[in-house]
Design a protein around this ligand. Structure first.
Ligand code: DAH
Length: 339
């Protein structure tokens, strides 16, 4: 019996010495000291031992148990110590490392340009209003005197949600919405996103931005329009900027014009920005068509007004000398950082 116990103890201590992890140690505990363990089995076989030998054997079993337990405990402590040290090493903080730099965000060139345009018109007493991007066919076309057979209404140019609802192709519907409210006089700009079924290239995108302008009051004339836009161009592009009105056609204005500004880069001499002409087109405008007034419930005999529509991207591309519109939508931080 004594030898058997010695053998069990030897095996247990050997296994403890070989255990490489806490799990393995636990296995040793279960295998020798557990309910079905080797040492426990010896205790269970006590009934076969002669009664006079029992105390002696019992003592030996206890001694063996104590020794195994001690060995387990010290192996466990050693192992835990090693694990702790490894963890400390892995989690060490290098306080000499330089801190991460927080980069400051940049405003998008479109945002900068829009804020500049808004600043100019707010300075002239205009209000900034907004209209819906998902718009009724009525406001986008009909109320603006654009007839049902107008080519702009073609599905090739306009994104339709259904027969009556579309993604607005221009910010002009905001004119109709504001006039319809009937609060006169009106002096407003309406910036916002517009949509057209265009292929993407350096000068086109299916979604871009416009800034609509509308003034309605008694005795508003084409001279007011000219003076306003001349002032706007000077503020935006510099004091020596000239404007040129070219006759044009828009269904919702009569007469209508397109406005060019003298090239701010070459001052009219001709360069790659103005394609050699000395002039750059920046907007469309005109006197509000009497029919549009009537549809919006304003008496065209009493009131007159002017409207204009500016392409925001045109302004930001020009002002910041960007030659590809796609750059404005890719949101590449390296590009945006420059503004
Ligand atoms: N809505 C026109 C367009 O998208 C631009 C425009 C032209 C707006 C003349 C106006 C205007 O308000 O009077 O091409």
């Amino acid at each position: 019996m004594k030898e058997k116990l010695e053998q069990i103890k030897k095996e247990a201590l050997e296994q403890i010495g070989n255990a490489g992890a806490l799990d393995a140690l636990n296995d040793v505990r279960v295998n020798f000291l557990g309910k079905k363990g080797a040492l426990t089995a010896v205790l269970k076989s006590m009934k076969d031992v002669a009664p006079e030998d029992r105390p002696k054997v019992g003592q030996l079993v206890n001694e063996a148990r104590e020794e195994i337990e001690k060995a387990l405990e010290s192996a466990k402590t050693k192992m835990e110590q090693i694990i702790r040290e490894q963890k400390m090493k892995a989690e060490v903080i290098d306080v000499t490392l330089p801190a991460k730099k927080n980069s400051v965000g940049h405003r998008h060139p479109n945002t900068i340009a829009l804020e500049e345009v808004e600043r100019i018109f707010i300075g002239m007493g205009y209000e900034v209003v907004e209209g819906p991007e998902v718009e009724k066919d009525y406001y986008n076309f009909e109320a603006l005197n654009i007839p049902a057979d107008h080519p702009a209404k073609d599905e090739q140019d306009t994104f339709y949600v259904n027969g009556d609802i579309l993604l607005r192709t221009q910010t002009s519907p905001v004119q109709a919405r504001v006039m319809e409210q009937g609060k006169l006089p009106i002096r407003m700009i309406a910036p916002g996103r517009v949509f057209r079924a265009d292929e993407v290239d350096a000068t086109h995108s299916p979604s871009f931005h416009q800034i609509e302008g509308l003034v309605v009051d008694k005795n508003i004339t084409f001279s007011d329009l000219k003076g306003t836009l001349a002032e706007f161009a000077k503020e935006l592009f510099g004091e020596d900027t000239k404007v040129k009105f070219r006759p044009h056609h828009f269904p919702f204005t009569e007469p209508s014009a397109e406005v060019d500004v003298s090239c701010f880069k070459c001052k009219g001499a001709g360069c790659r920005f103005c394609k050699g002409s000395g002039w750059i087109e920046i907007l469309g405008c005109g006197m509000v068509h009497p029919h549009v007034f009537e549809m919006c419930g304003i008496d065209p005999k009493e009131y007159t007004g002017f409207a204009f529509g500016i392409g925001l991207e045109r302004i930001s591309l020009l002002k910041y000398e960007i030659d590809d519109m796609r750059l404005l939508y890719e949101n590449d931080i390296r590009f945006l950082k420059q503004f």
